[in-house]
Design a protein around this ligand. Sequence first.
Ligand code: GDP
Ligand code: MN
Length: 386
Amino acid sequence: MKLHEYQSKLLFAQNGIPIPRGRVAATASEARDIANELGGRVVIKSQVLVGGRGKAGGIKLAKSATEAEELATQILGMTIKGLPVRKVLVDEAADIRKEIYLGVTNDRAQRRPVMIASAAGGVEIEEVARTDPDKIIREYIDPLLGLRNYQVRNVALSIELPREHWRAFEQIATGLYQTYWKTDATLAEINPLVITGDKRLVAVDGKIVLDDNALYRHADLAEMRDLDEESSQETEARKYGLSYVKLDGEIGCMVNGAGLAMGTMDIVKLFGGSPANFLDIGGGAQADKVTAALRIILSDSKVKAVLINIFGGITRCDEVARGIIIALKELHTTIPMVVRLVGTNEAEGRQLLADANLITATSLADAARKSVAAAQGQLVSPQPAA
Ligand code: GDP
Ligand code: MN
C-alpha cells in the first residue's frame, strides 16, 4: 500500500525529519487560505499515488495566494497517469540549492535493508541510475544492529555532502531508517532531500510503500488507505479476502491457491494465451467469495474468456459450482467460461454445473487449450459436464 506524499512527510516529521510547513487542500479556495497562512510563496503539489508528478505538470510554484488559487484550480482539474487529482499539498516553497536522493528499501538478494543515496537527486534519478550507476551508492544494513552511525558517515562521504550538513544528515538518515522499520515499509524515500539557501536540509518530497502483509499490526496506517486511488476491483477483492492482481491479458483466471494460480497462468501462456489477472480465491472459499471473484474478473473489459481451475482440497467443488451459478444469474455474461473442477465433491460440483452453458475440461492442459481457443473466438462447443 502506497502512502501519499503528505502522509509520508507527516510520518517523517514524527521521526525527526525536517519537512516544509504546509497542509493538504481539496479545493482551490482552501489552497489560497493555506498559501495566505504560509506567506504567499508556496508550491502546489498534486497528491496522486504515482511518481513523476513534476514532469507531468502536477507540481507548480506560486508567488502569491492568488496565484496559488489559480494553480490549484489547474492542478485539481488534472489527470496524472490516469489518476484524477483530488487533493493538493500546499507547502511553503523551498529555496533549493541542491537535490539529494535518500531512500531505504528491502534488498531481497542480500536479505537485508539497504540505504540508497545519490548526490544527483531529483526528478532525473531513474535516468541517473541507468546512465551513471556509480552515482548511486548503497549501504547495507544489518537488521539486528540497525543503521550505525559509521554507515551514515559513509553515505555522507560518498555523496560528498559538505561537513556542515553532517549532523543534520545523521538525524535525517536515522529518522528515515526508523520510519521504514517502525512502519514495516518496503520503501521509505526522500527525493529530493534538499539543501536550502539558508543551509538547512529539508525533505521536500516523500514516498512510503507499506508491506500489505504487515498492515494487520498497523491499524493506524491501514486507515490511511485512499480508496479513491485504488481500482474498484482491488477494493472489492480486499473486502472478500481475495488475492487479485490485474494483468494485461485476455484470459481471466479464477484459481484456488497461489501456487496453482501461478501454474495456471504459466500454462495459459504455454498454450499461446495471456492471463488477464492473478486471482487466488484461497482455501475453503464459499459461494459468495466465488461470485465476487467472477464479478471482479468480468468487470475487466479486456477479458475474452475465463478459466476456472479449482483443485478441491479444503475448498469444496460444489461450493465453487454454487458460486459460479449465482454469479452467472447475476452477471448475464456472454464471455465463454472453461471450468476444471477436481477433488473434494467434484461429482456434485459437475452435477450442479451440468445445466449451465459452460465448457468443461478434465486436464489442466485441456482447460488451457480450450480457454485460449475460446478467447480467440474459435468455437468451442459447451458440453454438459460428464
Ligand atoms: P515528483 O516529481 O512526483 O517526484 O515530485 P517532487 O515533490 O519531487 O517535485 C519535483 C521537483 O519539483 C523537485 O525535484 C524540485 O525540483 C521541484 N520542487 C518541489 N518542491 C519545490 C519547492 O518547494 N521549491 C522549488 N524551487 N522547487 C520545488
Ligand atoms: Mn520526487
